[in-house]
Design a protein. Structure first.
Length: 349
């Protein structure tokens, strides 16, 4: 019996290797097919970040000068077969008199940009990415963290703040970034500084942090829904928006939820960005809808980005208004929209 086993053992080993090779090839083909087809329905796909090329951040230091940042994520497979959004590269676009052109490409995607002037600014992103604009070019700088940085707010060329995953808060002062004491481990997604002594940050599960008297402190939140963006007009007034249609207003030293005039936008809509130009004028954008603030009421502006691609749904991640009559918005597929003369139009080069 042993003699027969030994005689055919090489053949059995070869057959086993062929079977394993076929399984490997099939797995690789399936993985490539999923990537090519953007198969997001797989329950094993972990997509914290959107697949494809996206613009996440926007800053307009002057009416003739602007910057948009973003990046590209591709579907990858980790150990155990779990698919996830893997970073491919970061993108920086520059607006010169209404013409958006590629300016720089970086190793990591970028999520937020803040300009203290046309000659100075910072962008932050994946795995702690920090890049600085010195008036001539964007340069990758040393970072004290590998946490994903989701928001940055520069007060001047000498001081600013950034926030990110697991409650990370960074402070830029004396020409370098360092950790600030954080009172939370929640992911922080947006920050808005009013002055060197006043500011707010928001994030997962309704997290609200207030910077005052030299420290960050948690504030009781009226919601448990994730807050994606905050925009402060002053130390006395501001707005925050997030998942499932949540809109918060800060006034009279407290945050309160508000409603908007219902139309095609629904309570399940994701609001990803809010931009206030005055106490009576503001904009909210997100999942294929834009709201405008007028007469103390948020109402749909009458524009849906999917009008350009019927059946598609677009996410708008950042909106900045130059004035009540002009602004820009950016989002999925590196889409750019321009607001003039009361209408939004898609920018095409």
């Amino acid at each position: 019996m042993l003699r027969y086993v030994l005689r055919y053992l090489p053949l059995l080993c070869i057959a086993l290797l062929l079977i394993l090779l076929q399984v490997f090839i099939t797995t690789q083909r399936s993985s490539r097919s999923s990537i090519a087809g953007n198969n997001y329905s797989d329950p094993q796909v972990q997509t914290e970040f959107p697949l494809g090329s996206t613009l996440f951040g926007l800053a307009l230091p002057s009416p003739q000068d602007g910057w948009a940042v973003g990046g590209t994520f591709a579907l990858a497979t980790a150990h155990g077969g779990v698919k996830y959004a893997a970073p491919v590269r970061g993108t920086i676009l520059h607006d010169e008199n209404g013409n958006w052109l590629a300016n720089s490409f970086l190793p990591q995607p970028l999520f937020s940009v803040s300009m203290s002037s046309v000659n100075d600014g910072w962008a932050v992103g994946y795995a702690g990415e920090l890049v600085h604009y010195d008036g001539q070019r964007w340069l990758k700088m040393s970072s004290p963290t590998t946490a994903n940085l989701r928001g940055v707010s520069m007060l001047s060329a000498q001081e600013g703040w950034a926030v990110g995953a697991n409650g990370v808060i960074l402070h830029f002062y004396d020409q370098h970034w360092s950790f600030a004491t954080s009172p939370t481990h929640a992911n922080l997604l947006s920050i808005s500084m009013v002055s060197t002594q006043e500011g707010w940050a928001v994030g997962d599960n309704g997290t609200l942090l207030h910077y005052s008297a030299g420290s960050w402190q948690p504030v009781t939140s009226p919601t448990q829904k994730t807050l994606n963006s905050v925009s402060m007009l002053s130390a006395q007034e501001g707005w925050a928006v997030g998942e499932q249609g949540i809109i918060l207003h800060y006034h009279n030293s407290a945050w309160d939820g508000v409603k908007f005039m219902a139309s095609s936008a629904g309570v399940e809509d994701r609001w990803l960005t809010v931009a206030m130009s005055s106490s009576s004028t503001g904009w909210i954008a997100g999942d294929s809808h834009i709201l405008t603030y007028s007469d103390e009421l948020w109402a749909e502006q009458g524009f849906a980005p999917d009008q350009y691609n019927p059946g598609s749904s677009y996410l708008l991640y950042a909106i900045v208004m130059i004035s009540p009559d002009e602004g820009w918005a950016v989002g999925d597929n590196e889409s750019i929209y321009h607001y003039t003369s009361g209408n939004w139009t898609q920018y095409t080069q």
